[in-house]
Write a protein that binds this ligand. Structure first.
Ligand SMILES: Nc1ncnc2c1ncn2[C@@H]1O[C@H](COP(=O)(O)OP(=O)(O)OP(=O)(O)O)[C@@H](O)[C@H]1O
Ligand SMILES: [Mg+2]
Length: 451
């Protein structure tokens, strides 16, 4: 008996310590079981208390009356599946006639309290079926990406969503992206995660970093072209526009449309071309975009206009040629001059880190979702890296990228340096890098110097 009591005390103590220090381990060991039992036991009463029941149907009432039985109870949505995950539970329910997905969405906060979970979100899977995702702990506090993620070409698992699922940056679904945020909000770390995710893929990386290259130049071994000032950036962007034109010539030469060619084989973008002649896709990462749009003299104004024109052309025509833009900045509105809103309209993928005012948040989400604008302003300053990301369906999610340090990203880029493709049009802008040092030396010495 005493041994049993000692063992029980030890288990309870372990659970309490894990819950306090390692919530993710607690969830996998104790939490998942406790939560599953709690949800199953409380389900009917919680649904009733949250107003998610429907009164019994007429025929059941009539049947009860005829059989002289007590009045049947209200009915709750039927549980189709309850699946435990690495971070929480996924509950799939079938709605009763007269209920809609909005009822469940409106009750998520009440469900969260009633089931004792950390977060609850819901989405409609198909007509009448709603998925309620619950998280057992704050998954964004210390982001840990799952070991296994979807691997598809041009799709990067870049961050974790608050419901515990992985947030992907899918360049083929959403070709161009805009990332906004106040200073020190985590934009460059987000971009670094993208580079780390893209490094092992067959893709050419092009970087424009007007902060004198401090963010992207240490990663130079994996970059096919880099620019650290607006003058080089202009030449590089114009070279990209000519590369795009060459790719279109190639696609046209390969189209050879005749009546005998089936619809599915007509090439309209690089992905329709045979693999052996397919040009490598290019991801253009621009950090601190405002630097490209500001000017102080007449000459600089001309340069600025040419840069914005090249960016607009790439944004409008680049997708089919496999050129994808990833633009980062603190603000990106009409105060940066003409052409900016036109460019912004082409940047479908929106991510906003913490912003200090509504107008900045509006630049990302004003035309997409007013709720997302509010959520972006409410991100607390101490949770750097937290962001609101719009998705292709018009919805939005709270996300946070893992904290990849510059050293980790440099090591990864060095590891995949041999995957850096040569894009002939961009050859003059390829950073010159010294041979890999045999021992680890301070970053400042390994960083390549020039574009
Ligand atoms: N996902 C994250 N998780 C934890 N900490 C983060 C995360 N992202 C950023 N940080 C912290 O915030 C600091 C600033 O991040 P970052 O340099 O990306 O900001 P920024 O928005 O690019 O700022 P600036 O506009 O000044 O360039 C980082 O040094 C890091 O300590
Ligand atoms: Mg930055």
């Amino acid at each position: 008996m005493t041994w049993f009591v000692i063992a029980l005390v030890l288990v309870v103590a372990a659970a309490v310590i894990l819950r306090w220090r390692r919530p993710a381990w607690y969830w996998l060991t104790f939490g998942v079981l406790v939560a599953t039992v709690r949800v199953l036991v409380r389900y009917a009463s919680v649904m009733d208390a949250c107003g998610l029941t429907v009164p019994p149907s007429r025929w059941r009432l009539a049947l009860a009356r005829v059989a002289n039985r007590p009045v049947p109870e209200s009915r709750v949505p039927r549980i189709l599946r309850l699946r435990p995950t690495r971070t929480g539970l996924v509950l799939r329910i079938k709605l009763r006639p007269g209920q809609d997905a909005f009822d469940v969405a409106a009750a998520t906060d009440r469900l969260r309290h009633s089931f004792g979970m950390y977060g609850v979100t819901s989405r409609e899977v198909r007509s009448g079926v709603v998925e309620v995702r619950m998280t057992g702990y704050d998954v964004l506090k210390q982001v840990q990406m799952p070991a296994k993620t979807d691997t598809r070409p041009m799709q990067v698992p870049v961050a974790l969503r608050e419901d515990g699922s992985v947030h992907y940056r899918d360049y083929r679904a959403v070709p161009h992206g805009l990332t906004l945020g106040a200073t020190e909000s985590g934009k460059s770390v987000y971009q670094r995660n993208l580079v780390a995710g893209l490094a092992p893929m067959d893709v050419a990386l092009v970087g424009i970093d007007c902060k004198q290259g401090v963010e992207l130049f240490p990663l130079a071994r994996r970059f096919s072209a880099l620019a650290d000032n607006p003058d080089t950036a202009l030449e590089l962007l114009e070279a990209l526009v000519s590369h795009m034109e060459e790719v279109y010539q190639l696609i046209r030469a390969e189209q050879r449309i005749s009546v005998a060619v089936p619809d599915a084989e007509i090439a309209a973008d690089i992905w329709d071309l045979p693999e052996d002649i397919r040009p490598v896709p290019v991801v253009v990462l621009v950090d601190e975009v405002a630097e490209l749009a500001l000017f102080a003299s007449k000459d600089e104004e001309k340069r600025r206009d040419r840069i914005i024109t090249a960016l607009v052309r790439l944004a409008q025509l680049g997708r089919a040629a496999g050129i994808y833009l990833e633009i980062c900045g603190q603000r990106f509105g009409s105060e940066l001059g003409k052409g900016i809103t036109m460019l912004r309209a082409q940047l479908t993928g929106r991510t906003a880190h913490r912003v200090n005012d509504e107008t900045s948040a509006n630049m990302a989400f004003g035309d997409i979702s007013p709720d997302a604008v509010l959520a972006a302003i409410q991100i607390p300053a101490e949770t750097r890296g937290m962001a609101i990301a719009g998705d292709s369906t018009g919805g939005w999610h709270r996300i946070r990228a893992p904290h990849t340090s510059l050293r980790q990203a440099v090591n990864l880029c060095n590891k995949y340096a041999d995957r850096t493709p040569d894009v002939p049009a961009l050859a003059p802008y390829r950073p010159t890098v010294a041979a890999l040092p045999s021992t680890r030396v301070p970053l400042s010495k390994t960083a390549p110097a020039t574009a």
